[in-house]
Design a protein around this ligand. Structure first.
Ligand code: ARG
Length: 552
């Protein structure tokens, strides 16, 4: 049961009667009671009345019978204490529900989550961390809510760089020993320095696009090598992307001509400076002129935008998606807004189908600038994972636990802040056992599991006597509504924040309330509360893609 919503609802009716118009009840958790509403204060200003009078008026009209006891407090707050019986009933319901109060959606959608999307023959680096971690959490969350989720790993596996890469591979056999960065760089260096190589590289692109057998086989090998490398990193990172989710840019090549034909038919593109462009409404350049989305370049080649348009059309038409999410860094925001605008004009995003760019800020190094390695290259994700595991081994001697803690710390640091903000990459902070960190939450969970193991008794129905128990219960009860809210907003940090509140309230409870040494009835009730707390932490962290080891 969502107390906050229930109380807001009842107060809103009363507020409307007093104000003569709808007023937000602004019900929040409070130190002074279970919940508090501050709505009377701003309303009193508008009505030019004393705030306490307004609050009393509201209370006199509010139908809270059997739900809560209310009183006016301080300058005009309304303090609300939820009915005991109701709290107990809600707790019992939560505990009995395998889904912890989160209903399966009654309107399942097909949701395509486009995330991770590294480029073939390049390292997965820190720039891919956020897309991969955020996208994976979003996919888990939507799936758990009952939606059909299609994970789309839009691999960069096509385009002009492949001429240079394949030609280099063919001529040298790729002697860089599997080092992707070195391989890419060597190919690039030759391309830049050697005009004859450049010519051969261009011919190689033509051969690839023309389906030449040798070239295609070579390209397949290159892509397969990268894919298996990416899968290794995904496995270590504990993300749910599999081989079946790779749908690279190359997949859409056969559709591009038709996409262009359809755009032409609908009069949505025209030639500008030799390139075929769409000029979606509402997008202007620096000079105030219309901004082009280049669908076909002047040399006849298709670019990134054409592929994204084809992918979008495919996802809606063939996959039946009604929600498209693109988890890609904020610098690409404009690109996606333009793609959506063109797609909408073309009728590829009919009513009821949404396309959303799930942007995110950058990861900054300790100096506050882009996080780079000493050589100035972006930090490899594989190296980050090595360091995470190695550092976490100080927290646990068990290598599996150390891995869960290291990876968990990395992911939690990424997911616990508002995703639109940049954040500072700081090993010490993310691995700290105190504060809003992954290890702190994993530790809270492991500690509860240990209490349960050592108790030698079975958790019983919960009966609240101490205020610290009640505070914990209210945080647990807030879980389902919060999950539902995050499923729609994808503000993953709110879920993280709620789990953190659960863990800290648990700590406060455990400090005050003995469990194992309490009289049996109290002990069993407290064990019940412990168990429910562990379940909420485990489920919540699981939705964020973070493991919860039994022991730490
Ligand atoms: N491969 C691209 C990059 O590394 C990201 C692709 C994002 N997804 C998309 N549908 N465009 O920048």
């Amino acid at each position: 049961m969502n107390f906050e919503a229930l109380l807001s609802d009842r107060l809103a009716t009363a507020l409307q009667a007093v104000a003569g118009r709808p007023v937000d009840a602004a019900v929040r958790r409070s130190q002074h009671a279970d919940f508090q509403s501050g709505a009377a204060l701003p309303l009193a200003r508008v009505l030019r009345r004393a705030p306490r009078d307004v609050a009393s008026d509201v209370l006199a009209r509010a139908d809270l019978g059997g739900i809560a006891v209310a009183e006016v407090s301080g300058p005009g707050f309304v303090n609300l204490s939820v009915d005991d019986g109701l709290v107990h009933a809600a707790l019992a319901e939560l505990a009995a529900d395998g889904r912890l109060g989160v209903p399966l959606t009654t309107e399942p959608r097909t949701v395509v989550v486009d995330y991770s999307a590294p480029n073939v023959a390049k390292e997965l680096h820190v720039g891919h961390l956020r897309s991969t971690v955020i996208g994976d959490a979003a996919a888990r969350l939507l799936e758990w809510a009952g939606h059909r989720v299609v994970r789309a790993n839009h691999l960069g596996d096509w385009g002009t760089p492949f001429g240079m890469l394949l030609e280099h591979l063919l001529e040298t056999g790729g002697g860089e020993g599997g080092d992707l960065t070195a391989f890419y760089r060597a190919a690039r260096a030759r391309f830049d320095a050697d005009p004859e190589f450049r010519v051969r590289a261009r011919l190689r692109v033509v051969a690839l696009q023309g389906g030449d057998a040798t070239t295609t086989a070579l390209w397949r090998r290159l892509v397969a090598q990268s894919e298996s490398y990416f899968l290794d990193v995904y496995d270590r990172l504990g993300v749910t992307l599999t081989a079946g989710d790779f749908v690279g840019e190359s997949f859409y090549q056969d559709m591009l001509a038709d996409v262009v034909a359809e755009l032409e038919d609908k009069g949505l593109v025209r030639v500008s400076d030799g390139a075929l462009c769409a000029f979606p409404d509402g997008f202007t350049g620096r000079d105030g002129g219309p901004l082009p989305l280049i669908v076909r370049k002047s040399d006849g080649g298709f670019g990134y935008a054409a592929t994204d348009l084809a992918a979008l059309r495919h996802r809606v038409r063939e996959l039946g998606a009604s929600q498209l999410l693109y988890v890609v860094g904020t610098p690409q925001r404009m690109h996606f807004q333009m793609v959506y605008a063109v797609a909408r004009a073309a009728g590829w995003l009919p009513a009821g189908v949404t396309a959303t760019h799930i942007g995110f800020g950058s990861i900054l190094g300790p100096d506050g600038r882009t996080f780079a390695s000493r050589s100035g290259d972006p930090v490899k994700l594989a190296d980050l994972l090595d360091t995470a595991e190695q550092r976490a081994s100080a927290l646990s001697a068990d290598p599996l636990v150390a891995r869960a803690v290291g990876v968990g710390a990395l992911k939690y640091a990424d997911l616990s802040g508002d995703r639109m903000s940049d954040y500072l990459f700081d090993w010490d902070r993310m691995l700290a056992l105190t504060g809003n960190t992954g290890p702190y939450l994993q530790y809270a969970h492991a500690r509860i599991r240990s209490i349960l193991r050592k108790s030698g008794a079975a958790p019983g129905p919960v009966s609240l006597t101490d205020p610290a128990e009640r505070a914990l219960a209210l945080e647990l009860l807030a879980f389902p509504a919060l999950v539902e809210q995050v499923v729609s907003s994808l503000e993953l940090h709110r879920l993280a924040g709620q789990l953190y509140r659960v863990a800290t309230t648990f700590s406060a409870f455990y400090e005050r309330c003995p469990v194992r040494t309490a009289p049996p009835a109290v002990r069993d009730s407290r064990l019940g509360l412990c168990e429910l707390t562990a379940r909420v932490l485990r489920q919540g962290l699981g939705l964020l893609g973070i493991d919860t080891p039994e022991r730490m």
